[in-house]
Design a protein around this ligand. Structure first.
Ligand code: SF4
Length: 222
């Protein structure tokens, strides 16, 4: 693909999003939740774990612990056991307890609707803050996870090999209009999980292959 101007990249991104919206009309966060506290816990548990596994673990937990105050009171060892199957259970238990204690003590048991404050909370980095920002509060957010990073590279929207999430968020944020950031994030995850796989992208069935500089040619017929 020839060198592109910013305007050309923006136009290509617009077409890509239009096609991915059509392919994945129900694209959304795939973690199960009903309250901001539940989504916050589920998001922390999803680090290095599949959403499917998290969704198997959380219903029993959400039935037992409802508010940040409930979560903050659970002993570390108990939470470690409850989180065990999601991996990194010690850190996750530590972060959930510290986060929930802060929400209870400093924010009246609510998640603060302030992006900068969100990023200062235990266990919440920019990626999680953007997810909560978009999914709970409805503000545009770019959730730069592993799928987002891989697809930004393959689609040629960042310098080849770029892995720095902050750089990628900034570059893609210039290409995709702010009002579409949340949809774009969901589209990247859905496409990454269902077609543009990490090991072997299914370019032959990709709706944006003609717009992708990394599209692999179809294998010749035997
Ligand atoms: S053409 Fe291939 S590499 Fe490009 S987005 Fe589609 S599946 Fe991914």
């Amino acid at each position: 693909m020839a060198r592109e101007s910013l305007k050309q990249k923006q136009e290509r991104a617009r077409k890509i999003l239009r096609r991915l919206r059509k392919r994945y009309p129900d694209a959304k966060c795939e973690l199960d939740w009903t309250t901001p506290t539940e989504l916050t816990v589920a998001t922390i548990l999803s680090a290095q774990c599949t959403d499917r596994r998290v969704n198997m673990v959380t219903p029993a937990l959400f039935a037992k612990y409802r508010t940040p105050a409930d979560w903050a009171k659970v002993p570390q060892e108990t939470l470690e056991q409850e989180f065990y199957s999601t991996g990194f259970y010690r850190n996750k238990a530590k972060n959930v307890r510290a986060l929930m204690a802060r929400l209870d003590e400093e924010f009246g048991g609510e998640l603060p609707e302030d992006f900068d404050v969100l990023t200062t909370l235990p266990g919440i980095g920019r990626k999680t803050a953007n997810l909560l920002w978009g999914t709970i509060f409805g503000h545009p957010g770019l959730v730069v996870d592993t799928h987002f990073i891989r697809l930004s590279n393959r689609l040629g929207f960042v310098r080849k090999g770029e892995k720095n999430a902050v750089v990628i968020e900034r570059e893609v944020g210039n290409i995709v209009p702010e009002k579409d950031w949340t949809d774009w994030s969901h589209a990247m995850v859905f496409h990454g999980r269902r077609c543009c796989y990490a090991r072997k992208p299914d370019c032959a069935n990709c709706p944006v292959a003609d717009l992708c500089p990394s599209a692999q040619p179809a294998a010749p017929a035997p």
